[in-house]
Design a protein around this ligand. Structure first.
Ligand SMILES: [Zn+2]
Ligand SMILES: [Zn+2]
Length: 122
């Protein structure tokens, strides 16, 4: 793993705000001033392929990145904010119904976040 790859992985693992590639790039620049955005994209796809990070896609928004500790997400339909939520692991139930192995699952629960609700969005 190159120095930049390690730095990018550290940035993602120490963030709890689901950073976009651009945000990761800004943070990487603070530590590695010669880094370019293309490096970030390359490393992100490599890390994702290796299963070291999670990619979260929300329609109409840039992809965001997250650590691989098992958790699910609440997605605000209005502002697109992501919030972590801990649900029971569905793996045993899925294995039973699929009759065998499956690759992974990624739950997104749509809702209207408290801030949007306060602003009267539905
Ligand atoms: Zn919202
Ligand atoms: Zn998360």
């Amino acid at each position: 793993m190159t120095k930049n790859t390690q730095l990018i992985l550290d940035i993602i693992n120490s963030s709890d705000d689901h950073p976009t590639a651009e945000k990761i790039y800004m943070k990487l620049k603070e530590q590695s001033s010669k880094a370019v955005l293309a490096t970030v994209y390359n490393n992100l796809s490599k890390l994702h392929e290796q299963g070291l990070i999670r990619k979260i896609s929300v329609e109409g928004q840039p992809d965001r990145y997250d650590n691989t500790v098992r958790h699910d997400h609440l997605v605000c339909k209005n502002c697109g904010s992501l919030t972590d939520i801990k649900l029971n692991d569905l793996t045993p139930q899925l294995m039973e119904q699929i009759e065998g192995e499956f690759l992974s699952y990624d739950l997104k629960i749509n809702y209207i976040c408290p801030i949007c609700r306060k602003n009267g969005k539905k």
